[in-house]
Write a protein that binds this ligand. Sequence first.
Ligand SMILES: *Cc1c(COP(=O)(O)O)cnc(C)c1O
Length: 427
Amino acid sequence: MNISKSISLFQEAQTLIPGGVDSPVRAFRAVGGQPLFIERGDGAYLFDVDGNRYIDYVLSWGPLITGHAHPQVIEAIREVALKGTSFGAPSPLEVDLAKLVMEFMPNIEMIRFVNSGTEATMSALRLARAYTKRDKIIKFDGCYHGHADLLLVQAGSGVITLGLPDSPGVPANTVIDTLVADFNNLDSVEALFKKYPDQIAAIIVEPVAGNMGVVPPAHGFLEGLRAITSREGAVLIFDEVMTGFRVHKGGAQTLYNVKPDLTTLGKVIGGGLPVGAYGGKREIMMMVAPAGPMYQAGTLSGNPLAMSAGIAALNLIKGDDVWEQLDQTAGKLEAGIASAASKAGIPIQQTRVGTMFTTFFSETQPVDWNTVKVADKVRFGKFFQAMLANGIYLAPSQFEAGFVSTMHDEKIIAATIDAAEKALKGL
Ligand SMILES: *Cc1c(COP(=O)(O)O)cnc(C)c1O
């Protein structure tokens, strides 16, 4: 495979942009080799600047549930762009997207749009603290909620992959109120509430962990978090930036029928443009300025361009038949990879919830970060490179989720399983 243009672009980029990338995991450091520079995407395919074609399971790290450059999404963006990209004033599309999101997630009574998942979680936590008048928050080891200072503690793939336990530049005082519990372990949560009675404002959780690779919630875990937070007067925040519209069209809260107080969204909700959102109970959301005293703002928030892409994408996945198809596609891929691994005699743990999946090279069932981190990263790196050489673009880290889109058809899945059989045999 000739990647000479990517190589020279990466060399130049490294002199201009730290590490040559605008987000760390893109740099391929966890798998070796060097990142490919992408020229365009089309449906399930990515094309690099040297003209190589790949079947894409990264999909911009989740957002592109209708694939690259879906004609209806592009048309919606084009129509809106002709009328202006941002007004810094309310526009009708914000109302449309708000109503549409609430059709998918009826538990959300009010919503505020922001520009990224990071902004969404940061704002939701500020809101939970304002609402409860408490300062401490609980997050889970291995869960990632964006790069806000207070959340950069034991924070999943991007941080773990680089081996940074915490980031320098985050003052100790900023994370002093961030408590860390173990995913799928209610006892570790109870212990924190016991130690800090009436001091914990919120629990924030990825209801299906995706940023340490896909780790489903154990039976009763989310229900337990709901019961504990209700009992303790704390706010339960589901960070559905990744799981929203991905593990089920109504998110994890619909799939598991557990109602959080607040939900954070991102990725799919922007249809490939930068959008985030937080929403939930009216009583809590009414504290957000200017309805209430909790300040949060954004120059480009709710801009019509981003709203239009989100609306178009969500409309495309609204039908139950579309969702069923997505679920089946991901299921076939899951089964195909599992059977290829067993044929090759390679022990793996294949996890999947809806359209999110991870192949862990491990003999240990992944239930939390401690059971995830034992996975064989070197073997994953070899698998990744072999898949790439066979035209399959996976996330360049063992601890990430893969995604399918509505454009991944039977033929594409079959080609992927073929490539996986070859790659696994060669390990
Ligand atoms: C991606 C992600 C974020 C951060 O979103 P950005 O748009 O990258 O800021 C937050 N939470 C979860 C669960 C995510 O997967």
